[in-house]
Design a protein around this ligand. Structure first.
Ligand SMILES: [Zn+2]
Length: 137
């Protein structure tokens, strides 16, 4: 396997890699062929900082297969500092503390475990920004 390619795809899966449009300059997430803002093709890869705030949220009680271990769990529409909205599970938060406007940051977490194969799927979630741990980078 091509190591460079492996890390590149790994970064897209585990990090928050989007694009910026070469025509209008707006941030795009997830990556797509055509800019949703100006419909022009051609974007540059753009790693998002992974910080934003809760735009809206809901609690999922009826979890899909593979997610029942965490049910019920909070899901939020997170507005990234760069602009795009991302749907993601919230983690490390008491549901009483979730509110619109809550500052959040991306973390890489186990998303689900495949019961038969034991395969663990990782992806991003968001958690409240902890002000005294800014240098974990
Ligand atoms: Zn554009």
């Amino acid at each position: 396997m091509n190591i460079a390619r492996y890390w590149r795809t790994e970064k897209i899966r585990l990090g928050l890699i989007g694009e910026t449009c070469r025509t209008c300059g707006k941030a795009i997430f997830p990556p797509r062929d055509v800019c949703p803002h100006c419909t022009e093709a051609g974007q540059d890869v753009h790693p998002f900082r992974g910080t934003g705030h809760v735009y809206s949220f809901a609690t999922v009680f009826d979890a899909p297969a593979g997610h029942t271990e965490y049910s019920p769990y909070p899901v939020a529409l997170v507005q990234l500092d760069e602009g795009p909205l991302v749907t993601a599970q919230l983690t490390d938060v008491d549901k009483e503390d979730i509110r619109i406007g809550l500052p959040v940051e991306m973390v890489t977490r186990k998303l689900k475990e495949d019961g038969d194969s034991g395969m663990i799927v990782y992806g991003y979630k968001f958690r409240p920004v902890v002000s005294d741990s800014q240098n974990t980078g």
